[in-house]
Design a protein around this ligand. Structure first.
Ligand SMILES: NC(=O)NCCC(=O)O
Ligand SMILES: [Zn+2]
Ligand SMILES: [Zn+2]
Length: 467
């Protein structure tokens, strides 16, 4: 039985091109793109026609950094795979890469299987996994090879959070050496957690307990130092490196210097570092807790360097690091002690819109928007061209985007399972209108038509920036 959809009349924007074209979808994949008008002449027929006149037709967003249901600080991130992937779709993201977690003393296999089970049958959009290494030892190093073969081709290591996810330099070097031989990509949380813990202890001893002190102890220099150290360790190992949630100008400078030397070093930043700042962390009455994440929000002056890095390709990807905790009942855990506030911000639903606002504001071009939000994360994590672009053969993950709609971001209207918005009251221009995931309409002119279980696990190839 035929299952063809025609999206007619829009401006198709990919990382490479902007063309006025109609898009024909057949059986969940892009079948063809053709200039407006030619489709009728060529006899294209479809079971469903979507009118995109005056709209953009975009590849679905690829969010390569989410934490659904992450256990952290004695609680769990409040979005499940069901609620989080539904919210992602509402915001024009059609693929997430979430982080499976190795528990200390346990096998990678066990952690990965637990994450397969959490997601299986619950996702509204397609998904894949990275693996967090919390315990680098002989046996987990061997398991890395098996995971790469299985399609889990990237591994997050932490220079922060001693006693939880932290790896020392020896463990990091060993994991990097392993990834140099098995083709995996090391993703680094680059902050000097040992030094930060000293500063946390000293701040608390001085009675500095408010959320804003979270930003003060997690110093720019300690992000820059860790970024520099991670790059040198990767050089020694002969391994590529991807630094996650880059927030500081000095860290961007470390990446830029490495890239100028021709090293395979990549960087990601997140909307919260581009749009929020230490001003939010300093909000009174414990409201600053809503903005506690690590790396922390920085003074506003750092944002120019992040935008520049995105324009010059010293930063390649914008992901959300979506890790929501409710203000009431979860962020609350850190009243009277900022170090006990669960770290993380909600944002999986807001990324495409905020980055479109950056186009409107002149920070990036339209094609760069689609590159950093769709194509680059897909290539970085071995999903391209199945995901991240609109081309014949690609999965029909498509967003019809209204560039003129004006919306106000708010917890009242968002779909994330969290009781606040980090962007409450912010007005942005542009809004997702219709979303297709593998050809199936999941958001239809702002009505939900998706279902939990439609989303499929997607094994990945290795990083496509290296070949
Ligand atoms: N980023 C954050 O604050 N929470 C999630 C865990 C991580 O990515 O480090
Ligand atoms: Zn991190
Ligand atoms: Zn994260």
């Amino acid at each position: 039985m035929s299952n063809r959809t025609l999206i007619r009349g829009g401006l198709v924007v990919t990382a490479a091109d902007e063309v006025h074209a109609d898009v024909l979808i057949d059986d969940g994949r892009i079948a063809a793109l053709a200039a407006h008008g030619t489709t009728v002449a060529e006899g294209w027929t479809a079971d469903r026609v979507i009118d995109a006149t005056g709209k953009y037709v975009l590849p679905g967003g690829v969010d390569a950094h989410t934490h659904m249901e992450l256990p952290f600080g004695g609680t769990f991130a409040s979005d499940t795979f069901e609620t989080g992937t539904r919210a992602a779709a509402w915001g024009g993201t059609t693929t997430i890469v979430d982080f499976a977690v190795q528990t200390r003393g346990r096998a990678l296999r066990e952690g990965l299987d637990a994450w397969y089970a959490k997601a299986d049958g619950n996702c509204a959009i397609d998904y894949a996994f990275h693996m967090i290494l919390s315990d680098v030892n002989e046996s987990s190093l061997k398991e890395m090879d098996l995971l790469v073969e299985e399609g889990v081709t990237s591994f997050k290591l932490f220079m922060a959070y001693p006693g939880v996810f932290y790896s020392d330099d020896g463990q990091i070097l060993r994991a990097m050496q392993r990834s140099a031989s098995n083709g995996g990509l090391i993703m680094m949380h680059a902050e000097n957690g040992i030094a930060i813990d000293v500063l946390v202890e000293q701040a608390l001893a001085r009675g500095e307990t408010d959320p804003r002190h979270h930003g003060e102890v997690r110093k720019v220099l300690l992000e820059a130092e860790a970024t520099h150290r991670a790059i040198q360790l990767a050089r020694v190992a002969g391994a590529p490196l991807y630094v996650v949630h880059v927030s500081a100008e000095e860290a961007v400078a470390e990446l830029a210097a490495a890239r100028d030397k021709g090293l395979p070093v990549f960087g990601e930043t997140c909307p919260q570092y581009l749009f929020l700042s230490t001003d939010n962390l300093a909000e009174p009455d414990f409201e600053g807790a809503k903005y506690v994440c690590s790396t922390p929000l920085r003074p506003r002056e750092h944002q120019a360097a992040l935008w520049r890095g995105l324009r010059t390709d010293d930063l390649q990807v914008v992901s959300t690091d979506h890790c929501p905790f409710c203000f009431t009942g979860q962020k609350d855990l850190g009243r009277g002690d900022f170090s006990k506030i669960p770290n993380g911000l909600p944002g999986v639903e807001n990324r495409m819109d905020l980055l479109h606002q950056a186009v409107v504001d002149g920070h990036i071009t339209r094609r760069r928007w689609i590159d950093i939000a769709c194509a680059a994360p897909a290539r970085m994590f071995g999903l391209y061209p199945k995901k991240g672009t609109l081309a014949p053969g690609a999965d029909a993950d498509v967003v019809v985007y209204d560039p003129h709609a004006v919306q106000t971001l708010s917890a009242e209207t968002h779909h994330m399972n969290v009781d606040y918005s980090a962007y409450e009251g912010r007005t942005v221009t542009g809004q997702v209108e219709t979303v297709l995931s593998r050809g199936r309409v999941v958001v239809d002119r702002r009505t939900w038509t998706g279902r939990a279980g439609h989303g499929l696990y997607t094994p990945r190839s290795t990083c496509q920036y290296l070949n």
